[in-house]
Each structure stands twice: as structure tokens, then as C-alpha cells.
Design a protein around this ligand. Structure first.
Ligand code: MG
Length: 341
């Protein structure tokens, strides 16, 4: 039984260029796939790896789609190589292979604050809008100055409010210790990725940083979260085996098939934060579906990122303090697909 496969590669300018540890990121690139069954059912998926990630590229995804051709059977889809994890997930999603969602109660969302001092005047209005968890990028400016702003932010938190600090791997061990020391008595939910070494820096450097992260997680009361360190199902398996005691920030769109990994996380009672990879409405729907399917402890979602693109049909749900299940099912992948034509 053959299915009809089509795909559209996109390059979409962000409304506001994204500041990352790898510099300014102006354009999101990826591929949308559309799969039609012999019975006429249509599904969509999105494959959009991060441009600085090792391995899967948008070029490779496009080439694989071209090779698959217009007429595909399920065996061909299952034979897409494991290295193309984003594409495999996109094809599974387009084929309707999604986990069952049991609990559809609304999930809290973390508010994004800009890096530096600019965060200060924004916390109050966001708290008034109903947000209770606030994410602030750190490791961008001078340490002493940022530590001062941390205190000012803490003073402005609403009752029960918490900060998430994301260093994007910017710190060395000493700086990380200084921050974790300071966070100990403060309402900080976790410190995300204090240090990082990419696979391209070599196995020794990577091992050293991983040992450092485990050490930091064991030495301080504030939990440490992994983000850049867990960019694939293989990374996840490695950290699970190491008994990682902190949070996992998982971007479902980048992780390939997480079914086994999520079951393992659930089994050890891991703390998981589901997060956006700055995808279009197609990837947003798939990633949020997976976030809602998680039946472990719930932590505020890292999906407060939209609108990212000028075209409304391409955006995921607009950042609000809660995302409801109907906000997810209301996302229209067909409209996003059509917006790319
Ligand atoms: Mg992060």
C-alpha cells in the first residue's frame, strides 16, 4: 500500500533574530513533510534540526525526501537512517504515530525574559499576566553585574514565583560554583546547562565537562538542568545511565523517537521540562502533543516562544501563562503547509 509523500523546504526569517551562544540566528530552516494514505488521510510533520547541531542537516533531510520519492510504502519510511532522527520523527508524526494523551488539563508555561538588565522591567508585567516561572538567560554579561540583577529579579518575583537561569554552557567550573552558591537560598528552580563541551571538541573535553556537571549537581541544593547536553536519544540514554539527578530539558522535535527514553525517564521519576526548538506550527503541534502525553511530574513548559514568524499560520500558540490541550489541537498544519507555497 503506497502513500503519497511530498515535502516543502523552508527558510523563514524570525520576526526578531534569536540571540544564541552561537551568535545571532536570523533564519529558521527546515522541511515540512506531507503524507497521504491510500484512504485519503493526510498528516504533516516537521524536520528542523538546529543549524549548529552535529549530524543531521536540512540538506541531508531534503536529499533523503527526494530519494524517497512521491510513492512510498511503510517499509521505506521505517528504513530512513537513524542519523536522520528529525526526519524519522516528522514522517512518524505525518503518519499519525503519536503517543496517547491521557490528561488534557492545561499546562503552565515559563515566561521568557531577555538577557541582562532588560529583564528587570519585564518581570512585573509578565507576573501580572499570570506567569509564575520566569526564564532568564545568564552568562551573557559580566558575572558580578548579573549576580546583582539576579537579586533584583528575585525581589520582583510574585509569591510562589521561580526563576530558571539558562547559561547555555557559558561558564567554567569556578563561575558555575559562584552562581550555584548564590542560588542556594534563592527561588531558583534550576540552573540550566552551566557548562558544555560539544562532541566536536573531542571525547576527553566532553567527558571532563560531563563529570563536572555531575559534580555540580551533587554539590549544590539548586538543581542543574541539561539542555545542550541532551540533543538526541543517544545523549539521553547516556545521561540516564549516569544517573543524572537534575532536570532534563527536552526538545521533542530534535530528539527523534523518544518513546523508550521517556518511558525510562518516567520509571526513574525524572524531572522533565518540555521545550520548543523554535519550530513552525507543524512541529509545535507534534512537540506539544508529546509534552501533553508525559504523565510524570509537570513542570512549566518551555513553549512561550511564539509568535516567531510574520505569517500567523506558521506560529505555534502565542505565549500565555497556560497552554490548553485545545490550543494544541487548534493548530492547523495544513494552513502552515499552505503558507509555504
Ligand atoms: Mg537552554
Amino acid at each position: 500500500m503506497t502513500h503519497r509523500l511530498s515535502y516543502r523546504r523552508y527558510a523563514l526569517e524570525f520576526r526578531v533574530p534569536v540571540r544564541t551562544a552561537h551568535g545571532i540566528w536570523p533564519v529558521r530552516e527546515g522541511v515540512l513533510v506531507r503524507l497521504e494514505t491510500p484512504g485519503g488521510d493526510v498528516g504533516y510533520g516537521e524536520a528542523a534540526p538546529l543549524p549548529w547541531a552535529a549530524g543531521e542537516t536540512v540538506d541531508a533531510i531534503e536529499a533523503a525526501c527526494r530519494r524517497l520519492g512521491e510513492e512510498v510504502d511503510p517499509a521505506m519510511l521505517a528504513a530512513v537512517p537513524a542519523e536522520l532522527g528529525c526526519l524519522r520523527l516528522a514522517l512518524q508524526t505525518a503518519g499519525g504515530q503519536l503517543p496517547e494523551v491521557q490528561a488534557t488539563s492545561a499546562r503552565p508555561v515559563a515566561a521568557l525574559l531577555p538577557a541582562g538588565r532588560a529583564a528587570l522591567p519585564l518581570l512585573g508585567p509578565k507576573a501580572e499576566a499570570g506567569f509564575r516561572v520566569f526564564k532568564w538567560k545568564v552568562g551573557v554579561g559580566e558575572v558580578q553585574e548579573e549576580l546583582g540583577w539576579l537579586d533584583e529579579l528575585c525581589a520582583r518575583l510574585p509569591t510562589g514565583g521561580k526563576l530558571r537561569l539558562d547559561a547555555n554552557g557559558a561558564w567554567d567550573r569556578r563561575t558555575a560554583e559562584r552562581w550555584l552558591d548564590r542560588c542556594a537560598e534563592r527561588p531558583v528552580e534550576f540552573v540550566e546547562q552551566p557548562c558544555f563541551a560539544a562532541a566536536s571538541e573531542g571525547a576527553t573535553a566532553q567527558q571532563k565537562v560531563e563529570d563536572m556537571l555531575l559534580g555540580l549537581a551533587g554539590d549544590y541544593p539548586t538543581p542543574v538542568a541539561l539542555d545542550e547536553s541532551v540533543q538526541s536519544d543517544r545523549d539521553l540514554a547516556r545521561w540516564l545511565a549516569a544517573g543524572w539527578p537534575g532536570f532534563y530539558v527536552l526538545k521533542p522535535g530534535l530528539m527523534g523517537d523518544m518513546t523508550g527514553g521517556l518511558a525510562a525517564l518516567r520509571k526513574v521519576g525524572a524531572r522533565v521540562v518540555f521545550s520548543s526548538a523554535l519550530e513552525t506550527a507543524v512541529g509545535a503541534r507534534s512537540a506539544l502533543h508529546r509534552a501533553f502525553a508525559w504523565d510524570g511530574e509537570i513542570h512549566a513548559l518551555g513553549f512561550g516562544v511564539w509568535p516567531l514568524f510574520a505569517e500567523a499560520a506558521l506560529n505555534g500558540p502565542t505565549a500565555t501563562p497556560f497552554i490548553r490541550w485545545q490550543d494544541v489541537t487548534a493548530l492547523d498544519p495544513e494552513a502552515a503547509w499552505n503558507a509555504l507555497s
